[in-house]
Design a binder for this molecule. Structure first.
Ligand SMILES: O=C[C@H](O)[C@H](O)COP(=O)(O)O
Ligand SMILES: C=C(OP(=O)(O)O)C(=O)O
Length: 365
């Protein structure tokens, strides 16, 4: 193991830090695992397509779909290959983006994702995790799939963001100034979840803050601490994920959220997450929520045009399995180790219904 300890010269700082382990600079990873012109074209087209759907210029439905987290890149790519075929099949009605989440926010403690702990054993080999995430994004991009991820902290994007077409800031970090600043400089459209308590206000504030130019501390491609000055992100939007008081995907909730966005001169079109607090983290319920959203699209009611996209948590095998120091393995192939996911067959069925609903919405307009 390549350990480099920093010599501490003061007796008052880093008293609770056990180790500093330098990481390769972002530009080193990008040189070893480059963004080829073909991948760059896929990412650019993905971003433009997402932007067009969010702005209502493209009347397809955006569907961000995939595992809650990528813990086994082989299983994730197995899933991505199946999804690429379905994305092609529904490409007239759905803009399918692969959910590839490598960083997990935790309510308290738990596995924090492939970047933080790629060997799933508490060794926290972040260098290997960064390589694994980048390799996965390249392989998914080579399938022609645009990719979505959550950005959880301000350093990792320098290593992977060039391969991402849609970004999310999660419910636990939407209120954070650090994440809003980060989103203001990201090159792709970024959605902000409402808060875990259901608060819309923090997400509205986040969209406005990230749309503005910001100056803050970050790192550059060489890994140097830098002052980062951004232009602001013109493609911020809201993701309704429900909250502690219950779901928020009903036509009335969607219309109220859209109106609140319009009053702030933010994009009134939004994404609904069928998982998380909108389904009580129950993957069976998630499929029902997705079907209810399909019915909303077909209904021609006010909410139908506001719905730009839907998020689904889906993997090869349904549900989730425990994975922590008390349950170290072996793991079921293709089953989530974080939130429960719909299985592949149910997911494919839901995507077919959503494609039909998006087509009906188009025909009705
Ligand atoms: O999507 C994932 C989880 O809902 C989120 O990371 C929180 O998980 P936890 O409450 O199990 O920590
Ligand atoms: C953590 C997630 O969601 P939320 O922030 O809504 O809890 C997620 O989408 O993985």
């Amino acid at each position: 193991m390549n350990l480099t300890a920093t010599q501490h010269t003061t007796t008052t700082s880093d008293q609770r830090v056990r180790e500093f382990r330098p990481l390769p600079a972002p530009e080193q990873l990008l040189a070893e695992l480059p963004l080829t012109p073909e991948l760059a074209a896929t990412v650019r087209q993905g971003r433009e397509a997402v932007r067009a759907v969010l702005d209502g210029v493209d009347d397809r439905l955006l569907v961000v779909v995939g595992p809650c987290s990528i813990h086994d890149p082989d299983a994730g790519l197995d899933y991505a290959r199946r999804l690429a075929a379905v994305a092609e099949e529904h490409s007239e009605d759905l803009l399918i983006v692969l959910r590839a989440y490598f960083e997990k926010p935790r309510t308290t403690v738990g596995w924090k994702g492939l970047i933080n702990d790629p060997h799933l054993d508490g060794s926290h080999d972040i260098e290997a995790g960064l390589y694994a995430a980048r390799r996965f994004l390249i392989a998914a991009g080579e399938l022609g799939l645009p990719v979505a991820t959550e950005f959880l902290e301000p350093i990792s994007p320098q290593y992977v963001a060039d391969l991402v077409s849609w970004g999310a800031i999660g419910a636990r970090t939407t209120e954070s100034q650090i994440h809003r600043q980060l989103a203001s400089g990201l090159s792709m459209p970024v959605g902000f979840k409402n808060g875990t308590d259901g608060s819309l206000q923090i997400a509205l504030d986040a969209c406005a803050a990230a749309a503005a130019p910001q100056s803050f501390l970050g790192i550059d491609g060489a890994g140097r601490a830098s002052m980062v000055r951004t232009a602001g992100n013109a493609d911020t939007h809201l993701i309704l994920r429900g909250g502690s008081a219950g779901p928020n995907y009903s036509p009335a909730d969607v219309a109220a959220a859209s109106q609140a966005l319009a009053e702030r001169e933010l994009n009134p079109r939004l994404i609904v997450d069928a998982s998380h607090a909108n389904s009580g983290k129950n993957h069976h319920r998630q499929a029902e929520v997705a079907l209810e959203l399909a019915a909303q699209l077909e209904s021609g009611t006010e909410g139908a045009d506001i719905l730009a996209g839907i998020m689904l948590e889906s993997f090869l095998v349904g549900g989730a399995q425990a994975h922590d120091s008390a349950n170290p393995g072996p793991l079921v192939y293709g089953q989530s180790i974080t939130d429960k996911c719909m299985d592949w067959e149910i997911s494919a069925g839901v995507l077919t219904v959503l494609a039909q609903a998006a087509r009906s919405r188009r025909n009705a307009s």
